[in-house]
Design a protein around this ligand. Structure first.
Ligand code: PMP
Length: 452
């Protein structure tokens, strides 16, 4: 009998075949829309990666509200993907919907600050304990702009990232470690520059490697998630960030913390919840309730260096900023979201629910005696196909199994539960109910029973 990741492999394969057939039978409307899209959308979808889900053809969403959505065939789902964090506080939260409705007749974009800009920046400064802010349309853009500002401000050309990281479509970060050597990620399309010339990569949780990589004092900044979340989940070891921050500061390098996913840790992100002192923070996805919007903040000292860099440069295009960034619509949505949705009370509720979810997954995994583990970072939970949580990107990568992942995801989807594709992440939002949780846990347990 073939076993892989602790499960009976022929059963995984048989289950995947059954679930694909079941999905096709249940989704005639989604299938018809996919057929209509095929001749006009590249890969049949508005974004090519939407075709990489576990389903035989894309599931089309008809409407989403709170912790649920309905597909084009009228089937209801408990949503634990929540737009991979974009809808982390629920779909269409009422205060954001009201702000959007108000702004709908008040204009969308004028290339000028709106009256929401100052209150929003004040609130971001309070939450993240960083006084100066700028905006972008996506976390990818915010990271890109941040790298540009920091290279300009420091006069250093290199950046450092952790092996296995993801920070959006920022070319500079697509460098991996292969047998200890930096290599440009093979999947990156159309990149003609040698990214290894200006990107240094080390393993997460390796202080000696970090120290050595920064010692030439040519690295402008470390760009990092405080917990790696895009290669499965990798937690920092106890004391790691305290020591890492000392090393980074000693070499005159700046620390940029990307809180786009770890905002699951609290209203001011992981850095605030865990007493970190980054020079800068980036956040996107859920900031405006799921509308395209991102923000980046920095210390006063860094802001002065950034201002100096701009004033010292000739007038003209800076390579930073896009026309629709900080538009009136997004600023109105962000203000309502920050003031009324992303509240401390919402987090308290989400933490309690996520704890139950993680406990429930662990109980199910133990019941079926699987060598898997579960990691939780605030409202964010991940199960991984290994007995102990990984310590770095290489270990985490080795635990991933796309085929098994897809079989599980499709089984859950056919039972009305959506989890995040491309790894095994589950989010709860303030309106995730106990019923939703029990629904998920029962489906997960049923899946494991079918696989062992
Ligand atoms: N940073 C992190 C940590 C992310 O996980 C992502 C996207 N998954 C991004 C940035 C980029 O976000 P977006 O795709 O919205 O630009």
């Amino acid at each position: 009998m073939g076993t892989r990741d602790g499960v009976n492999w022929p059963r995984v394969q048989a289950l995947a075949v059954r679930e694909r057939a079941d999905y096709i039978a249940r989704h005639p409307a989604s299938q018809a829309l996919a057929m209509q899209a095929a001749p006009h959308l590249l890969f049949g979808v508005p974004m090519h990666w939407m075709n990489d889900w576990s389903t035989p053809f894309p599931l089309t969403v008809a409407a989403a509200s709170g912790a649920h959505f309905i597909d084009a065939d009228g089937m209801q789902y408990a949503d634990f993907c929540l737009g991979d964090t974009g809808a982390m506080f629920g779909h269409a939260p009422a205060p954001v919907a009201a702000a959007i409705a108000r702004q709908a007749t008040g204009g969308y974009t004028a290339m000028l600050p709106s009256s929401d800009a100052a209150p929003v920046a004040t609130e971001l400064a309070r939450r993240f304990a960083l006084p100066y802010w700028q905006f972008a349309l996506s976390a990818s853009d915010a990271n890109r702009f941040m790298l540009r500002w920091l290279r300009a401000a420091t006069g250093r050309s290199k950046i450092l990232v952790f092996n296995g990281c993801y920070h959006g479509t920022v070319d500079d970060v697509f460098v991996d470690l292969e047998n200890g050597a930096p290599v440009q990620r093979a999947s990156l399309l159309g990149q003609v520059h040698d990214l290894t010339a200006h990107t240094v990569v080390v393993e997460f949780n390796d202080l000696a490697a970090l120290d050595a990589a920064l010692s030439a004092r040519d690295v402008a900044c470390v760009l990092a998630e405080p917990v790696m979340t895009n290669v499965g989940m990798v937690l920092p070891q106890p004391g790691y960030w305290d020591a890492a921050q000392d090393i980074i500061a000693r070499h005159g390098t700046l620390l940029v913390i990307d809180e786009t996913h770890t905002i699951s840790s609290g209203p001011g992100g992981y850095a605030q919840a865990h007493g970190m002192r980054p020079d800068a923070v980036v956040i996107g996805k859920p900031l405006a309730g799921g509308l395209p919007c991102a923000a980046y903040g920095m210390t006063q000292e860094l802001a002065r260096r950034v201002e100096h860099a701009k004033r010292s440069a000739p007038a003209g295009h800076s390579g930073i900023g896009t026309t629709l960034s900080a538009n009136m619509f997004a600023m109105a949505a962000m203000r309502a979201n920050l003031e009324q949705v992303m509240t401390a009370a919402a987090y308290t509720q989400m933490f309690a629910m996520a704890q139950q979810l993680a406990d429930g997954l662990r109980a199910s995994i133990a019941r079926h005696q699987l060598p898997w583990c579960v990691t939780q970072v605030g409202a964010r939970t991940e199960f991984q196909f290994g007995p102990v949580p990984p310590h770095n990107g290489s270990e985490a990568q080795r635990l991933m199994d796309e085929e098994l992942e897809q079989a599980i995801h499709l089984y859950l989807l056919n039972r009305g539960v959506l989890i995040t594709p491309f790894h095994n992440m589950l989010l709860v939002c303030p309106s995730t109910s106990d019923g939703d949780l029990q629904h998920l846990l029962a489906a997960f347990d049923g899946c494991l029973a079918a696989l062992v």
